[in-house]
Structure formats: C-alpha cells, structure tokens
Write a protein that binds this ligand. Structure first.
Ligand code: ACO
Length: 428
C-alpha cells in the first residue's frame, strides 16, 4: 500500500506522507509542504481537500454509500429512531436501553426555554425568514448560559450543553413558526417523544385537542435520520471552523444554521418546491425547464439536482422518493408536484447534459414534497433540515475539540495590486 508520495517542484523532490482511512481512502498530507518548499496547494471550494480525519460518517459518492459510525443509512432509516441516531453520532455507539433512557430524559428535562426568549422572538418582524430567527435564538443561548462560553469545560458540562441544544431547538423552531403566523406559542410536553413533541409545538392550537398522527411522526423521524450527518459539507465545515477558534457549541451551531440556509446547500429544499410550483403554474412543461437548466446564459439551475460528492446516486434521495409515495398515500394526499418531480427526474436521467455531468436528484429533491404533505410551511423546510443536522454538527464539533485540532485558517494566493504608494484624495 502507498505510504508516501513524491512531489517534484523545479527539480526539487519532496517526500509527502500518505494517510490511509479505514475504508482505504488515501490522502497526501501536505501539512509540512510550505515549511519545506515555500509552496502551498490551491483548491477553491475545497473540491479535493480533506480538512480533517473523522470517525463519524463514511460517504462514497461513486458508489452511493452513506454510513453513520459504520451503520448503513438504509438500515438506520428503517430500524432506528432519530434520538438513537443522535446518540450514535455524538457518542460513537448505539445506546443500550439504559443509556438511551438517560439521554432521552436529559433532553426532555431541558425542552423549556427561558421566558425572555419570547421578547427576542417578538422583536423580529413576523415575515422574518425562520432560518435567520433560528440562528439568532441559538446564539442567544450563550447569554442564558454564559458558563457554556468556556471551551475547556468538563465532559459533564459539555454533555449538559449538548442536551440543552438538542432539547431546545424544536422549541425554538416551532416558536419561530408560531410567531410568524401570529399564534400563541405552545409549551413542550414531556409525555411525547422528540418528534411528537415538535409536532405538538408546531400544530396544536388552543381551540381543539391535538393528536399526533403516527404516520406523520414516523415520516418526520425518518427525514431527520436521513439528514443527521453528512461529513464535511458546507455547514458542518463551518461548525468545525468556528469551533476551532474555541467559540462555544451554541455559537458554532448558530453559524452552521446560517451556512445551511443558502439555496446551494440546505436552502435547496425550499427552492425545489418553489421551482416545482413555478413549473406547475407554467403548465407543467418539464422539457422547457430542463432546457433552461442546460442553458449557460440562463442562471436557472434544476434545484435538488447535483451534488459535490455523489456522482452516481444520493442514497438518501432513493429512500425519500419511496417515502414520498408511501407518506402521500398513507395521508391520502394527492400532490400534483410529485408527478412533476418524477417527470423531471425521468427526463434528466436520460438527458446527456445531466448524464455526462453525473447530476442526480439529491436529498432535497423529494424531502420538500414530504414536508409539504406533513403540513410544514415551505419557508420552514430548511429549519427542518437544521433540526435533523443538529446531532451531526454536535458530533463533529465534539470530535474536533476532543482531538485538539488547531484553528482552521486556510491560506491564499494573492492576486491583487503589488505594493503602491498612498494617493491623496485630490489626486485620485
Ligand atoms: N442544474 C443544472 N446544471 C447543473 C446543476 C443543476 N442543478 N448542478 C450542476 N450543474 C452543472 C454545472 O453548471 C457545471 O456544468 P459545466 O461543467 O458545464 O460548467 C457542472 O454541472 C458541475 O457543477 P458544479 O457547480 O461545478 O458542481 P459543484 O460540485 O460545485 O456544485 C451543487 C454542487 C452546488 C450541489 C450543484 O450541483 C447545484 O447547484 N445544485 C443545485 C442546488 C442543490 O440542489 N443543492 C443541494 C445540494 S445537497 C445539500 O447541500 C444538502
């Protein structure tokens, strides 16, 4: 097996160590290259750069494989629960009954949020995008728990912060929604499991009794499992890099929420539904929109298609396509945009533009259709993604802190003006 690589620059050869992962992936370690040669590597968008070694998630984009701590996403989605998966990601192993019970209780104990949060919440205009509100509320936790700012706390104290944020994120998310629609907020109910409590917080109103629909709860639980981690993506890298400055867990997760918001990342689930709706209103001509996506002079992209890492299929999209059929059928929902989505996929899978570029549906292509069937409003879709991704962000933050990673600080190649003398304003 390869143990080192040689790099020849202007006749000088440098020996570089090769690191091998547990699935035999190889990386050239260039950490000391600049010290030896004065040269750095350049890779905008980190397309071919490993930022860390990690034992949390394995992803093989060529073969469409995704595993959390060694367990396949297909098996976890079918047999596990979101809270169990959260424990697995954060603490490394599936919990036994006692560990799971303790973890669930710790989370239930912290679902309430300080009443002053309401003052912050109602300070936002009701049309504020929920992702901006969520990010602000999460960062406000640093003010309510100032002790969490200390990066060198004991394991017990870090675990407390972890339980707090997992417990409070559904409350924040649902309260954000209630503020948006002008309804009074609901308080968490500990008789419910994690997902049912969230559904209650979102959808119960004082006028009538609320009953959790088990089909909706199971579908949401599965969606959260599928989103729980995805190794070094944009938002997770953000969480790790913010945390690498020894910023607190709450501050790091808040930054991750902002990174997730963009339409090229988690915001794509909202963009997909808006796109499918536009196609429907436009008469449903999928070919016309495919042509727009292929036209380099048109900024339109087929949202929910393509992935930086998956170049064959996204295993999460495969599970979700089937789940969309099952959930809509179980709930008796007939959504015309599901047919438009399937039509688009069918055309794209045969189209040379998409085939040559290895563009396939990603996790966001079908997730929005399910959220919509569950009654989640479109601008809350990315918030749902954040709820799902939270355990991954926590696990990655914890791993980074525990392995004592240095501060993340990329280099650059400067391409601006050479040194020049200051010009007084009257001479410019
Ligand atoms: N529609 C049309 N063309 C596309 C699409 C798309 N959705 N995605 C990529 N392409 C084309 C690009 O124009 C480019 O073509 P070219 O080689 O002729 O210039 C080629 O495919 C490669 O695309 P890049 O943008 O270079 O690939 P990159 O890895 O940087 O981007 C990304 C990946 C951002 C996901 C991209 O595919 C995209 O914008 N998809 C739509 C947004 C989306 O669904 N995002 C969610 C991703 S999953 C997640 O984050 C949870």
């Amino acid at each position: 097996m390869v143990k080192s690589a040689q790099l020849s620059i202007n006749g000088n050869t440098f020996e570089l160590p090769v690191v091998e992962g547990s699935e035999h992936e190889l990386a050239i370690d260039i950490g000391k290259l600049r010290g030896q040669s004065g040269i750095i590597t350049l890779d905008p968008g980190y397309k071919n750069t490993g930022a860390t070694t990690s034992a949390i998630t394995f992803l093989n984009g060529e073969e469409g494989i995704l595993r959390y701590r060694g367990y396949s996403i297909e098996e976890l989605a079918e047999k596990s629960t979101f809270i169990e998966v959260a424990y697995l990601l954060i603490y490394g192993e599936l919990p036994n009954a006692e560990e799971l019970g303790k973890f669930q209780n710790a989370i239930k104990y912290h679902t309430l949020v300080h009443e002053d949060i309401k003052t912050i919440l109602t300070g936002f205009p009701s049309n504020a995008h929920p992702m901006g509100v969520l990010s602000s509320l999460v960062t406000s936790l640093t003010a309510f728990y100032p002790e969490s700012l200390d990066p060198n706390r004991s394991k017990k104290e870090v675990d407390l912060s972890i339980a707090r944020i997992i417990a409070k994120l559904p409350t924040f998310a649902a309260w954000t929604y209630k503020n948006q629609v002008g309804q009074p907020v609901n308080y968490p109910k500990n008789k419910y499991d994690y997902v049912s409590n969230f559904l209650y917080l979102m959808f119960a109103n004082r006028a009538e009794e609320y009953e959790v629909n088990p089909v909706v709860a199971r579908a949401l639980d599965k969606l959260l499992i599928l989103h729980a981690d995805h190794e070094q993506n944009c938002s997770t890298s953000t969480v790790r890099i913010v945390g690498s400055s020894h910023a607190s867990l709450f501050a790091s997760v808040s930054a991750g929420i902002s990174a997730l918001w963009g339409p090229l990342h988690g915001g794509a689930n909202q963009a997909v539904i808006e796109m499918l709706e536009n196609i429907r209103k436009d008469g449903g001509d999928t070919q016309k929109w495919m042509d727009k996506a292929k036209d380099k002079d048109d900024p339109f992209r087929l949202m929910g298609f393509g992935h930086r890492v998956y170049k064959n299929f996204d295993p999460r999209a495969k599970i979700l396509k089937k789940a969309a059929d099952d959930v809509l059928q179980a709930l008796g929902v007939d959504d015309p945009i599901l047919d438009i989505a399937k039509g688009l996929e069918e055309v794209a899978l045969k189209d040379s533009y998409f085939v040559e570029r290895k563009l396939y549906p990603n996790v966001d292509f079908y997730s929005g259709i399910i959220y919509r069937a569950l009654g989640i409003p479109v601008d809350m879709f990315t918030v749902m993604f954040a709820l799902g991704r939270l355990p991954g962000w926590i696990a990655q933050w914890k791993e980074m802190r525990e392995s004592g990673e240095p501060i993340g600080r990329p280099r650059q190649i400067y391409v601006g003006h050479p040194a020049r003398a200051y010009v007084n304003i009257e001479k410019r």
